[in-house]
Design a protein around this ligand. Structure first.
Ligand code: GDP
Length: 193
């Protein structure tokens, strides 16, 4: 049985006024476009097709909220870009995404980073924006099926060094189901706190 039997799509918010009421616990998912974020959400919640892996124009700038039960939510942030960093990108998201930041219910962030690229400046910027002193941050090094054992170890060590205590890190592959259980446990424990 799924750890998250009650998962369902709630709403796509185009404006802060549409956000669900700020109580309970909210866990965000973020990452560069194509990092594997939608695939990770689907694997972790065990709901194929919950988060859209194919890009639907017009929906990519929205914040998508999923319910995991009463007052328990996932919020799926827009993927940030290839050419520009999140700073420029955020100018487009703002004020929508900025409105998320002060929410008391937003307690943790899963940051999806392609394990072959490693943690980049844009990822570090996003982490600082999310405020690691205030929130749990956990990095999923995605598509780990593409790395061999020694590459995996190196990717993990490099990420830990760059993150410098701001986040925890794990290897993840939706395809080969590497670390799915670990990520589920992390999500579950955050939702209970
Ligand atoms: P998003 O833009 O971050 O939401 O990324 P998607 O979830 O749409 O995935 C981007 C691409 O990476 C797609 O072609 C996926 O099939 C691929 N992908 C996602 N997860 C994995 C994985 O675990 N292993 C491999 N090899 N490919 C993956």
């Amino acid at each position: 049985m799924s750890r998250f039997p009650e998962v369902s799509f709630m709403l796509s918010a185009a404006a802060a006024a549409q956000f669900p009421a700020d109580h309970g616990v909210e866990i965000a998912f973020a990452g560069r476009s194509n990092a594997g974020k939608s695939t990770a959400i689907n694997a972790i919640t065990a709901r194929h097709g919950l988060a859209r892996t194919s890009k639907t124009p017009g929906r990519t700038r929205l914040l998508n909220f999923f319910s995991l039960g009463t007052d328990r939510r996932i919020v799926d942030l827009p993927g940030y870009g290839f050419a520009e960093g999140p700073r420029e990108e955020r100018a487009g998201w703002a004020p929508l995404i900025e409105a998320l930041r002060p929410r008391a219910s937003w307690r943790g962030l899963f940051l999806v980073v392609d394990s072959r690229r490693g943690v980049g400046d844009s990822d570090l910027e996003l982490i600082d924006w999310a405020d690691p002193a205030r929130r749990w941050i956990h990095v999923l090094l995605s598509k780990a099926d593409k790395l061999n054992r020694s590459e995996s170890m190196k990717a993990q060590a490099a990420a830990l060094a760059l993150l410098d205590g701001r986040a925890t890190v794990q290897l993840f592959s939706a395809l080969r189901r590497i670390g799915v259980e670990e990520a589920q446990q992390r999500l579950e424990s955050w939702l209970q706190k």
